[in-house]
Each structure stands twice: as structure tokens, then as C-alpha cells.
Design a protein around this ligand. Structure first.
Ligand code: GLY
Length: 353
């Protein structure tokens, strides 16, 4: 798999102009959704090299991450004369970078693309690492490909206007990166003043977070081993996300991951000796900033079934990434049903659910 270059921008216009000059192309396309078209596109359109770029605009949010929208992107590329030598810039959150990346990976067997993530979640996770795709048949990211962007340009200035909920949604993935890396980085994240963010310091933290992900992806781009570390919090998190969606009370991905981290750190404590004090610290941070996902014991069976159907499992055995301590990762762990139900009891008790 090609390596991608991740650039923490000092100025988006300069970095982008430079990157575009390194990507020979005949035509240039910019993909946005209705939000980033309004809020972020004017910044790009002011850059001289981009003034002739063709625009493709799609609907915002996960409901549009589907085959119809993908077809719309393919059709526009085709109608506007895109060739195998055209270049696509994806400007948006994870939905735009995932779908745009997949459109680029498949159009004429693959054209070059650049990601410019505009949300914290997309900066530290979705836009980096080459996972692209769409939802299909009611399943998230069911169709897709590993196809890295040639460049990912991270402009943290976009974070100044990000709403609180989307900020914390991305921050959950940063906490996960803290947990799988070093006690020092985790402590920095737990101590960060999220009420009055110091944006220059946040930029440094985002840079560190992206580097943690990049290092892992470089070692294992197709998730056969160490990349599974990035699934910490996600086995339970995805089940919470699906239950919430089925009960018509959807939650943001990062919130589900934060709640999933509480559960999986408890499991780590019981099964791998993860320190109790660390578990307490993370619980407190999540309780304070993410509130609680409420469910009663009647939902345990449903959550368990959802976890059994996760695409990360083999032969129906629920796969967890657990921690012995911060940065000490145990891949391919499992837990039986009794243990999983005990984990839900713990979560509800400590979160006051
Ligand atoms: N979001 C986890 C990964 O990219 O592997």
C-alpha cells in the first residue's frame, strides 16, 4: 500500500499549493458536503491554483454515506471529464473523506486524492490511514477499500469553529491514542483545559495523536496485527452506536467510543491487570465530558448480539483489544457472556446509568 504524507499545516494555502504542485494532474475536483461547502470552501477558492477546480457537493452527515451519493460523485467526475490523471480533494469530516476516498479509489481504477479534514475526528482518525468506504445494507462501512490519500493536510484552525459535541467526539479518539501510547501523552490529554482550549497547544496534541496512528498504520496498513490496537473501545462502542441508532436516539461515533473505553478498560482491569487508578481517571473524564449512555439490563442480550456480529470477529468470537497498562497492548482477547454482562453492570454503576 502506498504511504501517505500527513502534513500539519502552518498555513493551508501554502501547504496545499505546494502539495498540488507535487501531484501532476489534468483536472482538479473538490468534494464538499453542504456544511463544508458553505464554511470551508471559501478558504480554498481564494487560493489561485484552485480557482478553476470543479466542485462536487454532496449531502452532509452519515445518512448520505451511501451508494446513491457515491454514484452522484462518480457521475459528476465522469460528466466533467475526469480522467485517470485527475486529482480529487476531499474537504470535510469523516463522511466526506471516507466516501470521497472510495470514489477516488474506484473511479477509472483509481485516481490520486488529497484529504483536508475539517473535524477533529477526521483529523486524528478518519482521514489518516487509508480506510475508505460507504455504509451498505444498514451496516456501517460495509463496502470499501484500503486506499490511502497521497497527502492529508491538517489545518487545526478549522477547530476554532467546531461545535462542542463534535470536538468531544474527536477527542475520544485522541484519548484512545493516549491509552495505547504513553502515560505522559494520556496525562496531557486528561489535563487539557477543554473549557478554554489553548489552540496552539491543541495543535501540538493533534500532531502527536496523528503520529501515533501513522506509526501503527505504517507497521500494519491492512489491520492484520498491531493496527487492531486502534480498535480499543470500539467493540463495545460500535454496539452502543448501533443500539442507539435502532432506538432512534443516535449518538456521535466518538461518544460511543468514550463509553466503550470505560467498558473495555474495565475488562482490561479484570482480565489483564490494567491499573484501577487509571480506570478511575478515565471514567471521571468521560463522565464529566460525555455524560452517560443509558440502558437497562434488558438491553444486555441485544448489545451482546451486536458485538457478536462485529466485522472484526472471526468465527463469531468477540474480539477485543485490551491493555495491561497504558501503552501495553494485548491484541485478540475475548470474554465470555457472563464477563460481558458484568462489564455492563460495572459501566451502569459507575456512570449512574
Ligand atoms: N479507525 C481505526 C483505523 O483506522 O484502523
Amino acid at each position: 500500500m502506498n504511504e501517505q504524507k500527513v502534513i500539519l499545516c502552518q498555513g493551508l494555502d501554502e501547504s496545499l499549493t505546494q502539495v498540488i504542485s507535487q501531484c501532476p494532474h489534468d483536472k482538479l475536483f473538490i468534494l464538499t458536503d453542504e456544511h463544508t461547502n458553505r464554511l470551508c470552501m471559501p478558504l480554498l477558492k481564494a487560493i489561485p491554483t484552485l480557482q478553476k477546480a470543479e466542485e462536487i457537493r454532496i449531502g452532509a452527515e452519515d445518512v448520505h454515506k451511501n451508494l446513491e451519493t457515491l454514484t452522484q460523485v462518480w457521475q459528476t467526475l465522469s460528466k466533467q471529464g475526469a480522467t485517470r490523471h485527475s486529482l480529487l480533494i476531499n474537504l470535510g469530516g469523516g463522511m466526506v473523506t471516507d466516501l470521497g476516498g472510495f470514489a477516488a479509489a474506484t473511479f477509472k481504477r483509481g485516481i490520486t486524492y488529497i484529504n483536508i479534514p475539517t473535524t477533529l475526528l477526521a483529523m486524528v482518525d478518519a482521514s489518516v490511514g487509508g480506510k475508505t468506504g460507504i455504509n451498505f445494507n444498514g451496516l456501517k462501512n460495509e463496502i470499501g477499500a484500503f486506499a490511502p490519500a497521497s497527502h492529508v493536510l491538517i489545518e487545526t484552525e478549522f477547530l476554532r469553529t467546531l461545535d462542542n459535541r463534535n470536538f468531544f467526539s474527536g477527542y475520544a479518539e485522541m484519548l484512545k491514542h493516549g491509552l495505547i501510547s504513553t502515560p505522559r501523552h494520556l496525562d496531557e490529554l486528561l489535563a487539557f483545559d477543554t473549557e478554554r482550549p489553548d489552540y496552539a497547544y491543541l495543535k501540538q496534541l493533534v500532531g502527536q495523536s496523528v503520529q501515533i496512528k501513522e506509526n501503527i498504520v505504517k507497521q500494519d496498513p491492512k489491520e492484520q496485527g498491531i493496527r487492531k490496537a486502534l480498535n480499543l473501545g470500539h467493540t463495545v462502542g460500535h454496539a452502543f452506536e448501533s443500539l442507539a441508532l435502532a432506538e432512534n436516539r443516535p449518538v456521535l461515533h466518538g461518544y460511543a467510543v468514550a463509553w466503550g473505553l470505560i467498558c473495555e478498560l474495565y475488562l482490561s482491569h479484570i482480565q489483564a491487570g490494567f491499573p484501577k487508578e487509571r480506570l478511575r481517571q478515565v471514567n471521571q473524564f468521560v463522565r464529566e465530558h460525555y455524560g452517560c449512555f443509558n440502558f437497562d439490563c434488558q438491553s444486555y442480550e441485544r448489545l451482546y448480539e451486536l458485538m457478536k456480529h462485529d466485522k472484526k470477529n472471526t468465527a463469531g468470537i468477540i474480539n477485543f483489544t485490551l491493555l495491561k497498562e497504558v501503552g501495553n497492548i494485548s491484541l485478540n482477547q475475548t470474554a465470555d457472556k457472563t464477563m460481558i454482562f458484568e462489564m455492563f453492570d460495572f459501566y451502569r454503576e459507575c456512570m449512574g446509568a
